[in-house]
Design a protein around this ligand. Structure first.
Ligand SMILES: *Cc1c(COP(=O)(O)O)cnc(C)c1O
Length: 435
């Protein structure tokens, strides 16, 4: 369906699309609260039913009964690698190249620091990290701290200025594949090739893309990647994140957080550090076993799509959902000041859709939440250019568990909130700690 068609999609069209949806059976994997329309799987994925049972088992049996023997008998020690191998299948990495561990912020610190070491070792005058001003702030803070510590400069530019910013003093280009606010998706292979051409390494953050869009790190010739466990991977709040390093770089340097879990022989208890081989050295300390157990269920819920066409089928449905959503909003909610921020071109669209509104982005989202339609609000970045500075409403299109009828119903609620000006009621403007 194109946005230029004049007929407004109807509820029964949505029901038909749900009937024809080959991924529909995957939805039953999740504990979906009744009556809730959840358009925030890009921020916190839904609970896979298996996770509740699995975490209970780890707590009551593996911890409660087997206790410390579980490091061996229940394979706790191998969990970061085992879950990492599963995530590897979703991002085009090979077995043994990726581990599930720590947080995205911490993994970025490790990956970026190592990339900086490699870049300056190979050419000492490269002392600049380039990123986008609109990148997720934690990524920028980590880069800022590393630059201060190591005498580098962080150069922040707008997305359209990236190519020109790749000068000969750039050590590392650090980007997020899908922008957390706008949903803009970079062409990973093309951007990586341009950076390599300029002599820079690339660190990709896959937080808003892993589990939602097809990714092939080897095909794109990427150097480093990190990503998030609790978004499209459905790993639960604060789930371990992941880190991948291309085999050509993984053994070149220690990562800076050289803890005992990354040691070649942690149980030798040697006083000197000897880094483990490959990605194992990117572990630091003792891992969150409960977190990894839940994350494994979340990753399995995404891998279950393999039986229905895998990443390509997920992508196809994600785009169909976002097309349908954009189409409906444009038709049904025109004249209320909403502006689409997410690219219409499929090749540059991730798996969430954002609209800006001059004054109502926050209260409209609150009014939707009061009607059990869950999206979220993201503030514009001060000093940002164009849509970067606008306050936006963000709606995650999670192909694993969303249906077309839910999208239809969500837009209908949005229309009612806008048409009645319900969102202007004072209670919807009260700010909470987490938005
Ligand atoms: C969600 C997200 C993070 C989250 O980092 P944490 O360390 O898990 O808090 C980091 N970077 C990007 C781009 C994200 O979207």
């Amino acid at each position: 369906m194109s946005i230029f068609e004049v007929t407004i999609p109807r509820r029964r069209d949505a029901l038909q699309l749900d009937l024809e949806d080959p991924l529909r059976p995957l939805r039953t994997q999740f504990a979906i609260p009744s009556g809730l329309i959840y358009l925030d799987g890009n921020s916190l994925g839904m609970l896979p039913k298996t996770a509740a049972a699995r975490v209970a088992e780890v707590v009551t049996k593996e911890w409660g009964v087997d206790l410390i023997a579980s490091w061996n008998s229940n394979s706790w020690f191998d969990l970061p690698r085992r879950v990492g191998d599963k995530i590897a299948r979703l991002v085009g990495a090979r077995p043994g190249e990726l581990i599930a561990t720590d947080t995205t912020s911490i993994n970025l610190y490790k990956a970026l620091s190592t990339a900086m070491s490699i870049a300056t070792k190979d050419s000492a005058e490269r002392r600049v990290i380039v990123s986008e001003r609109s990148n997720f702030p934690t990524d920028l803070y980590i880069a800022e701290a590393l630059c201060a510590e190591r005498g580098f400069r962080l150069q922040l530019v707008a997305q359209e200025e990236l190519a020109a910013a790749l000068t000969k003093d750039v050590a590392v280009l650090m980007l997020t594949h899908v922008n957390y606010r706008t949903g803009f998706m970079h062409d990973m292979a093309a951007v990586t090739a341009a950076a390599h051409q300029a002599g820079a390494l690339v660190v990709w953050d896959l937080a808003h893309s892993a589990g939602a869009v097809p990714i092939d790190l080897h095909d794109a010739d990427a150097d480093f990647a990190v990503g998030c466990g609790y978004k499209y991977l459905n790993g639960g709040p604060g789930a371990p994140a992941f880190v991948w390093v291309h085999p050509r770089y993984v053994n070149r340097f220690w990562q800076p957080l050289a803890g005992w879990w990354g040691h070649a022989a942690p149980f030798a208890f040697a006083p000197e550090y000897q880094p483990g081989d490959g990605i194992a050295r990117y572990l630091c300390g003792t891992q969150s076993i409960l977190g990894l157990a839940a994350l494994e269920c979340g990753v399995d819920s995404v891998l279950a799509a393999d039986a229905f066409g895998g990443a390509m089928a997920l992508r196809k449905k994600s785009l169909a959902l976002s097309d349908w959503f954009i189409d409906l909003v444009v038709h049904r909610c025109s004249g209320f000041g909403l502006k689409l921020v997410t690219p219409l071109e499929h090749s540059h669209r991730g798996s969430h859709v954002s609209f800006s509104h001059p004054t109502g982005a926050y209260p409209i989202v609150q009014a939707l939440i009061s009607r059990k339609v869950i999206g979220d609000f993201r503030a514009g970045s001060p000093g940002g250019s164009g849509s970067e500075s606008e306050n936006i409403m963000r709606f995650g299109m999670t192909p694993l568990y969303l249906g077309f009828e839910e999208i239809w119903l969500a837009v209908e609620q949005l229309y009612q909130i806008l048409d009645s000006a319900e969102w202007t009621a004072p209670q919807f403007s009260r700010k909470q700690a987490v938005t």
